[in-house]
Design a protein around this ligand. Structure first.
Ligand SMILES: [Zn+2]
Ligand SMILES: [Zn+2]
Length: 253
C-alpha cells in the first residue's frame, strides 16, 4: 500500500485533497471496507461528543426524544462508550430519565384511553384500533443511523469520482481491502451512465479481491480434511472466513 506517497500528498496536498479525501485516503490504508470504517468512526465520534458536551443541548435532546432514543445498536454503543471511557453512566441516565418520564406520562394517558373504552354488547372482539399517543410514536430515525447514512452517501459519491479520476486516492483504494457488498452496491448506484469506466474499475477491484478470498476460503475448508492435518496455514487463509463474513455483513463495531 502506497502510504509513503500519502505523506507527500498530505504535505503538498491541501489544495489537491480536502478533508473528505484525506479521511477516505487514510481509511483505505486500514483493514476492512473504508466506507464502513468511516461510518463507524463518524458514529462513534458523534456519540462521544454527545456524552462529553451535548447531553443537555436542547436541539440534540429534542431529536433524541423525537426518535424515542436511539436504535438498539446505537443505544448499546452509547452505554458501552460511557462505561468504557468514564466508568460511569450519568450521560445515559440524564437522557433516559427525560425520555422515560415522557413515555411514562404517555403510558398513563394510554391506560386512561383503554379504561374508558368498552365495546358495545354483541361486538366480536377485534385487535386494538386505539392508536398509541404521539409521545409513544417515533417521529424520526435514530440520529446516529441518519448521520452514518449521510457519511456513507458522501464517501461513496467521492469514491466513484475517484474511480473516474484514477488519481492518488483511487490508487490507495485499488490497493485496499475494498468495499463490502452493501457498500459496493451503493457505490454503483452513484455511477452515472456516462461514467461506465468508474463502474468497471470498482467492479474489477472487487472481483479481484473476491477471487483471492474464495481461493483462500477453499484452502481453509480443505485444511479441515484429515489429509491436510498439521499443515501450517497462511494468515490470509486463517482469516478468510472472517473476511468473507465482513464482506457480506460489513465491518463490525
Ligand atoms: Zn462497508
Ligand atoms: Zn442507530
Amino acid at each position: 500500500m502506497a502510504q509513503g506517497s500519502g505523506v507527500a500528498l498530505r504535505a503538498a496536498g491541501d489544495a489537491l485533497m480536502d478533508a473528505i479525501d484525506l479521511a477516505l485516503y487514510d481509511a483505505c490504508h486500514e483493514e476492512g471496507c473504508p466506507i464502513c470504517r468511516l461510518r463507524l468512526a463518524g458514529e462513534r465520534r458523534y456519540l462521544l461528543r454527545l456524552l462529553s458536551e451535548f447531553v443537555n443541548d436542547a436541539f440534540v435532546r429534542e431529536r433524541y426524544i423525537a426518535s424515542l432514543g436511539f436504535c438498539p445498536q446505537h443505544a448499546r454503543q452509547l452505554q458501552a462508550l460511557e462505561q468504557d471511557r468514564w466508568g460511569d453512566g450519568l450521560g445515559n441516565a440524564i437522557l433516559c430519565e427525560d425520555l422515560l418520564t415522557r413515555m411514562l406520562k404517555a403510558l398513563h394517558q394510554h391506560r386512561e384511553t383503554w379504561t374508558h373504552c368498552s365495546a358495545p354488547r354483541g361486538w366480536r372482539p377485534r385487535r386494538s384500533r386505539i392508536a398509541l399517543p404521539h409521545a409513544l410514536t417515533p417521529r424520526s430515525l435514530c440520529r446516529v443511523c441518519e448521520l452514518g447514512e449521510t457519511l456513507v452517501a458522501r464517501n461513496s459519491e467521492r469514491l466513484v469520482r475517484a474511480a473516474a479520476e484514477a488519481g492518488e486516492l483511487w490508487e490507495a483504494y485499488a490497493d485496499s481491502t475494498g468495499l463490502c457488498w452493501d457498500h459496493l452496491r451503493q457505490a454503483l448506484e452513484y455511477v452515472s451512465s456516462d461514467n461506465s469506466l468508474a463502474a468497471v474499475r470498482l467492479l474489477d477491484q472487487s472481483i479481484n479481491r473476491l477471487q483471492a478470498l474464495t481461493a483462500a476460503l477453499d484452502s481453509y475448508v480443505e485444511s479441515h480434511d484429515y489429509h491436510h492435518q498439521g499443515e501450517v496455514l497462511s494468515a490470509e487463509v486463517r482469516a478468510s472466513w472472517l473476511h468473507a463474513v465482513a464482506w457480506l455483513a460489513g465491518e463490525e463495531l
